[in-house]
Design a protein around this ligand. Structure first.
Ligand SMILES: Nc1ncnc2c1ncn2[C@@H]1O[C@H](COP(=O)(O)OP(=O)(O)OP(=O)(O)O)[C@@H](O)[C@H]1O
Ligand SMILES: Nc1nc2c(c(=O)[nH]1)N=C(CO)CN2
Length: 189
């Protein structure tokens, strides 16, 4: 049976241009290969240079123990970026992947192989998606202190869609292996 679209319900992802509402995006950044801090700063700059993406906050930088990575993995630097956007979630993921490519991200068959740059979409407003190429909210972020801690620094009262306060999720995850690097500060314009 084909579904008849309900004309009274607007799907934000079908709208174009100025009609699209502004949504809040949380990006997670990570690097454990090469010039880690420069890679994170490059990602912030690239996001800030993206048309219709307005960066509103950049977290402190954390040095973090690798989670679910190969045994010889090096520590990561992680940070979180907040932005407002009128882009669709699909456009955002395309942009995130293009930014990773610009930093010579290798796509290995090894799970969680070392990477110069990882740009994850953690949440896009209250958008939900189960497609493999676009999972929202990010399916593992709610248990990752390396995402929750920097996000909580920016927005202590934030809610993870469907799962409650990020402060509660962070308390559950624990902050072991997540160390703030006050000597490193990401800038944004
Ligand atoms: N919310 C999301 N953020 C980033 N990539 C996503 C998301 N949902 C689905 N993907 C897809 O996942 C693929 C990227 O996988 P990748 O190898 O970078 O995962 P990862 O970042 O290493 O691992 P993890 O997803 O556990 O953080 C891309 O093809 C992308 O389309
Ligand atoms: N500490 C840390 N561990 C990870 C990270 C990361 O960014 N930081 N990213 C992963 C897959 O994206 C897997 N494990």
């Amino acid at each position: 049976m084909t579904e008849t679209p309900n004309p009274n319900i607007i799907d934000a992802d079908t709208l174009t241009g100025e009609m699209r509402p502004i949504r809040r995006v949380v990006f997670g950044l990570g690097s454990n290969l090469g010039e880690r801090f420069a890679n994170l700063q490059g990602a912030v700059d690239a996001l800030a240079d993206t048309p219709n993406v307005w960066v509103t906050g950049v977290s402190p930088v954390y040095e973090t123990d690798p989670v679910d990575c190969p045994d010889d993995a090096q520590p990561f630097l992680n940070a979180v970026v907040l932005a407002d956007t009128t882009l669709s979630a699909h456009r955002l993921i395309d942009r995130a992947l293009a930014i990773e490519d610009a930093f010579d991200r290798m796509r290995s068959k090894v799970k969680n192989a070392p990477r110069t740059l990882d740009v994850d979409l953690i949440t896009v407003g209250d958008r939900r998606s189960d497609k493999p190429e676009l999972r929202l909210p990010h399916p593992r972020a709610h248990e990752r202190a390396f995402v929750l801690q920097p996000w909580a620094d920016l927005e202590p009262d934030a809610e993870f869609p469907g799962l409650g306060p990020i402060a509660d999720l962070l308390a559950k995850a624990g902050a072991d292996g997540v160390t703030r690097r006050d000597d490193l500060e990401l800038g944004f314009e």
